[in-house]
Design a protein around this ligand. Structure first.
Ligand SMILES: Nc1ncnc2c1ncn2[C@@H]1O[C@H](COP(=O)(O)OP(=O)(O)OP(=O)(O)O)[C@@H](O)[C@H]1O
Ligand SMILES: [Mg+2]
Length: 675
C-alpha cells in the first residue's frame, strides 16, 4: 500500500474538451468558425503515418491531419491551447480541457512529430491520391522514457524543427511570438502538469494518492486526510489539473490556505456575502448574474484546510431541528476572534460559509446551490472534494466556548460519500523524526522523544549567513521580530510596492496572496521564497535565503543567496485570484517575505529548510505538531525550551480518526468497486 508505484504505461488518454475549428482566409482572418462542446480528441496516425487529431463528438467525428503546425500553449493552465496550421489556414482551438491531460496531449503531439520522424512531405498529394493502402487510424502510444530523454537531452528544449513543424519550407518562428515558450521542459511544480506522470520518477504518486485521484475522478464526494507531509496539497494540485478548469472551483478555508493551492476563499466562490442573511436573501444574492453563472458552471467544488472551520458557530442539530440561520443567529459570528494568519473578514466569512455548509436540510450554502442550479441533489449535484488534517490547526474559538468541528455535524455524513487517509509521509525521510511527529500528532510524547527534541536546541541551523526562521505562536511576535531585525541592518532600504489590478481591492489581495503590498529589503535581510521558481534548483516555496545585494538599474532587483546554494536575482511574479463573482484580481510583487520570524498559522502547509521555535506559548491543540512538522529533518530544526505539555491533540478529533479508520477498513471493498 505504501510503496510508490510506477504509473502503468497505457494509451495517451483521450482529451475531453471543447474544440473550435477556425478556417482562415489567406490573409489570416477568420472565415468560418465552428465550436464543438463535450467532445474528445484522440491522437493517431493514418496509413501515411501522418499525425491525426481525431475529434469524436455525439454527432460528429472529424479527422484533422496535423503537419506544419505551431502550438500555442500559453494558457495551458486554464485548459486552453491552439494547434495552428498555416499551410491549410486552420486553427484547432482547444478549451475547457483538464490541464494535466492537455499537457500530456500537447507534449505527446509535439514530441512524436519530431522524434518519430513523420513522413509527411515525402508522400506527395498525387501519391496519396493513387495509393491503394487501405485507410487506417492507429492510436499513438504514449511517450517512452527514451523519447522523453531524447527531448530532455536537447538542453531542455524541443529541437527547433519541432517547434515549427519539420516540413521543408516551413516559416521560421518569430522570436517575438512566444508560442514555443511552453515547449520548454518543466522546471517547477506547476509544470509537472506538462508531462506524463510516468516520466517523473520523484513525483510518481503513491498507491494511496492514486486511489484518491481515481475516486475523485469517479465523481464521488470525497474527504481526504492524512498527517503533515503526506502529500495532500500536492495531490490536490494534481486533482485540480485533472479536472476541467471551467467547471472546477478551487477554494480553501482562508485566503492564506487558498493561495497555496492557487485558489480562492470559499466565501468568494459562494458570493452570498457574509452568509448571515436569511436563506431567501442568500438565494437572491447568489442570483446575481455573475455569481449565479459561477454556481451553475461549477461541477467540482474543492475546499482545502477544511479542519480550520469553526464549528462553534453552527450548532450540531438533529435532522428535525430548525437551523438557527438568519440575522438573529449572527451574534456568535459577531463575537468571533480572528486567529493568527487570517484576517477577521476571512474568518467570519469562512465560518459563515461552513456554518451553512454543515447545517442539515435547510443549510444555506447547500440550499443555495440547489436553488440556483435547479437541481435537488445535495449541493445541486456539485461534487465536493474536501481536504485537510483535523489534527493540525483547529478552528479558532472564543475562550470557554465549546469547539465543534465540521465532521461533528450531521450534514458531514450526508454529504461525504468517501473518506480516505494518506499515511505515507513524504516531507521527511528520517524515520526517527517521522515516528516522533506521528506520536506528537496524536498528543503523545515519550521521554525519549522529549530528549531528542530538546537536543535540537544546540543544532547549528545557520549556514552561509542564512538564519533559521523563528516560528511563533503569536502574530505580534512575528511582526516585532522581523521589524526589529530589519531596523538593525544599516544599509539602504529598498522598497518594492505591489502592483494590483484593482487598487481598491488591495485588502482582498493581501488576504489571498502570500506577498505584501510594501516589501522593504536591505542587504542582509533574511527572506523566504513564496513561489516555486525552479524546483530542480531548490528554488521552491518556503526556500530560505539572504539578500546579498541589489542589481543595478531601475528595478534594482534583490540578489538572494539561498540555502540550496543558488544565488539568484529575484524578479516580479504575478498572482491571480478569482474574487467574488468570478472576477479575476492580480498582484505583481517580488515573491519574497521577511523570514526572521513567521507565524505557525501561516506556516501551515509549508515545508521549511530550517526552523527554530519556542513552543512555550502554544495555545492550540495541534499547534506544536504543525510547527515541528514543517522541518524536513531533525538537523534543520531547533526547538528552544521544549516542554511536552505543548503537545496536545483534541480528544474529539482522535475519536473521529479512530472511527474513520474502522469505517475505512470496512469500506475498503466498496472503495475497490468504485475504482
Ligand atoms: N508522491 C510523492 N512523491 C514525491 N514527493 C511527494 C509526493 N507526495 C508529496 N511529496 C512531497 O512531500 C512534501 C509534502 O507534500 P505536501 O505539502 O503536499 O503535504 P501535505 O500533506 O499537504 O502537508 P501539510 O499537511 O503539512 O500541508 C512536498 O515537498 C511534496 O512535493
Ligand atoms: Mg498541505
Amino acid at each position: 500500500m505504501n510503496t510508490p508505484e510506477k504509473e502503468p504505461s497505457s494509451q495517451v488518454p483521450p482529451l475531453h474538451c471543447s474544440l473550435t475549428v477556425e478556417n482562415l482566409t489567406s490573409l489570416g482572418t477568420v472565415h468560418k468558425s465552428v465550436t464543438y462542446k463535450g467532445i474528445k480528441l484522440i491522437l493517431g496516425r493514418n496509413e501515411f503515418r501522418d499525425i491525426i487529431v481525431r475529434m469524436d463528438g455525439a454527432k460528429h467525428s472529424l479527422q484533422f491531419p496535423v503537419r506544419d503546425f505551431q502550438l500555442h500553449k500559453r494558457f495551458m493552465k486554464e485548459g486552453k491551447a491552439t494547434i495552428s496550421q498555416k499551410n491549410v489556414n486552420l486553427n484547432l482551438m482547444i478549451a475547457n480541457a483538464p490541464p494535466n491531460q492537455l499537457a500530456i496531449f500537447m507534449k505527446t503531439l509535439a514530441s512524436k512529430h519530431t522524434l518519430l520522424g513523420p513522413k509527411q512531405g515525402v508522400i506527395n498529394a498525387r501519391q496519396r491520391l493513387l495509393s491503394t493502402v487501405p485507410k487506417s487510424f492507429e492510436e499513438i502510444s504514449p511517450l517512452t522514457l527514451k523519447e522523453y530523454e531524447t527531448v530532455r537531452s536537447n538542453n531542455g528544449r524541443m529541437p527547433l524543427k519541432e517547434r515549427n513543424g519539420n516540413v521543408p519550407g516551413a516559416s521560421p518562428v518569430s522570436s517575438k511570438r512566444k508560442m514555443d515558450k511552453e515547449v520548454q521542459l518543466p522546471k517547477d511544480l506547476p509544470s509537472l502538469k506538462r508531462q506524463a506522470p510516468s516520466l517523473r520518477n520523484q513525483l510518481v504518486l503513491t498507491t494511496e494518492q492514486k486511489k484518491v485521484l481515481q475516486i475523485v475522478q469517479s465523481g464521488h464526494n470525497v474527504f481526504f486526510t492524512g498527517s503533515a507531509g503526506t502529500g495532500k496539497s500536492l495531490l490536490l494540485k494534481l486533482i485540480v489539473g485533472a479536472l476541467s478548469p471551467d467547471v472546477t472551483f478551487v477554494t480553501a478555508s482562508t485566503g492564506v490556505a487558498a493561495c497555496q493551492i492557487g485558489g480562492t476563499t470559499l466565501h468568494a466562490f459562494a458570493g452570498i456575502g457574509s452568509g448571515h442573511a436569511s436563506l431567501e436573501q442568500c438565494v437572491q444574492l447568489a442570483s446575481r448574474k455573475v455569481v449565479a453563472q459561477q454556481w451553475r458552471k461549477c461541477k467540482h467544488l474543492i475546499v482545502d484546510e477544511i479542519s480550520m472551520v469553526d464549528g462553534v458557530f453552527f450548532k450540531v442539530q438533529s435532522e428535525n431541528e430548525k437551523p438557527q440561520i438568519g440575522p438573529g443567529s449572527s451574534q456568535d459570528v459577531a463575537g468571533y476572534q480572528k486567529g493568527e494568519g487570517e484576517t477577521k473578514e476571512d474568518s467570519q466569512c469562512l465560518m459563515s460559509m461552513l456554518m451553512l455548509l454543515a447545517l442539515p436540510h435547510t443549510q444555506k450554502l447547500e440550499a443555495v446551490g440547489r436553488a440556483i442550479r435547479g437541481n435537488n441533489k445535495p449541493f445541486g449535484g456539485i461534487q465536493l472534494i474536501l481536504c485537510g488534517d483535523f489534527l493540525q490547526l483547529p478552528p479558532v474559538t472564543k475562550p470557554g466556548e465549546k469547539r465543534v468541528f465540521c465532521f461533528q455535524t450531521s450534514a458531514w455524513n450526508r454529504c461525504i460519500n468517501i473518506s480516505m487517509e494518506l499515511t505515507e509521509v513524504r516531507r521527511q525521510d528520517d524515520q526517527e523524526f517521522i515516528n516522533i511527529l506521528q506520536s506528537i500528532r496524536l498528543g503523545r510524547c515519550t521521554e525519549d522523544m522529549v530528549d531528542c527534541l530538546k537536543s535540537t536546541e544546540s543544532n547549528e541551523v545557520e549556514k552561509d549567513g542564512i538564519k533559521a526562521t523563528r516560528l511563533c505562536t503569536h502574530r505580534e511576535d512575528v511582526d516585532h521580530i522581523n521589524q526589529e531585525h530589519l531596523n538593525k541592518l544599516t544599509g539602504n532600504a529598498k522598497v518594492f510596492q505591489a502592483i494590483d489590478s484593482d487598487p481598491h481591492l488591495s485588502k482582498n489581495l493581501d488576504s489571498q496572496t502570500p506577498v505584501v503590498t510594501k516589501l522593504v529589503l536591505k542587504v542582509g535581510t533574511q527572506v523566504m521564497l513564496m513561489k516555486n521558481l525552479d524546483v530542480g534548483k531548490g528554488l521552491v516555496n518556503g526556500a530560505r535565503g539572504v539578500v546579498t545585494g541589489f542589481k543595478q538599474g531601475n528595478e534594482g532587483y534583490p540578489i538572494v543567496r539561498f540555502l540550496c546554494g543558488v544565488t539568484a536575482d529575484v524578479k516580479h511574479e504575478k498572482w491571480t485570484v478569482r474574487g467574488t463573482g468570478g472576477i479575476y484580481l492580480s498582484r505583481r510583487q517580488l515573491p519574497l517575505k521577511l523570514a526572521w520570524a513567521f507565524s505557525i498559522h501561516k506556516s501551515q502547509g509549508m515545508t521549511l529548510d530550517c526552523a527554530e521555535m519556542s513552543l512555550s506559548r502554544v495555545f492550540e491543540a495541534g499547534q506544536a505538531y504543525v510547527a515541528l512538522s514543517r522541518a524536513r529533518n531533525l538537523k534543520g530544526l531547533r526547538v528552544l525550551d521544549f516542554n511536552p505539555t505543548c503537545v496536545r491533540a483534541h480528544p474529539d478529533v482522535l475519536k473521529f480518526y479512530e472511527d474513520l479508520r474502522k469505517i475505512y477498513d470496512l469500506e475498503q471493498q466498496s472503495i475497490e468497486s468504485y475504482l
